[in-house]
Design a binder for this molecule. Sequence first.
Ligand code: 16G
Length: 242
Amino acid sequence: MAIDPTSPVPKYSQLRDLLLDWIVETGLSVDDPIPSERELGQGYGLSRMTVRQTIDLMVSEGKLYRVPGKGTFLARPKIEMSLALASFTEDMRARGYRPGAQDLVRRVLPASGSTARAMGLAPETPVHHIERLRTADGEPMAVERSNIPVDLAPGLDRHSLAGRSLYAVLEQEYGIILDSGEQTIEAGVCDPADAKLLGLPQGSPVLSMRRRSFANGRCVEMATSRYRADRYTLHSRLDPRR
Ligand code: 16G
């Protein structure tokens, strides 16, 4: 296949589709190099600028990565996250990754006005505030900030969550089995603190999620999470409307 100069599809976008096909057809493996910008320009009859535009796009999509002075390589496929009331640990294990958690902040705080409202609590009700860096196969994936009412899980602050599932602790130590939840997802960018934790340049795209999970009608957790958009994709099954 070649670039069609009469097509309304921009050339950089045509080249992206051609490269994606080429990656599949040649059976390119993760970390294998793709041809240089000069070779691609010559091969497809495109200017260096157009080729660079395509590569920039594919790098920002997480399909390729660059190593300065070495070239451009095929990135690992993104991790597919299901939209379910699953814990990070369960979700990662189901996908063949080794889940991990690093405790960043563990404090008991009075719930802020917005947290209390969202959780159906009286203002300033004490909540466990938990901030964790989540990893898959040791690689930083997300920063998660959870709030859990202290009366539901007294002493939770004494349980280490380093490398341990919060949902498993809630179930095993407090008998709390989450039975419903809701989640919003929007596009966002890394602030300086999250960029440092996730090992990304400041301003990198993230998936910003806000989840409330419930047990027996009470809000057990309200969490805001920032997932790397270069490593994550969301997957949801669609059932017909009833
Ligand atoms: C998920 C939840 C998070 C929860 C965590 C528990 C989202 C956006 N967030 O990552 O709210 O705290 O699971 O995971 O899905 P854990 O049981 O492995 O600690």
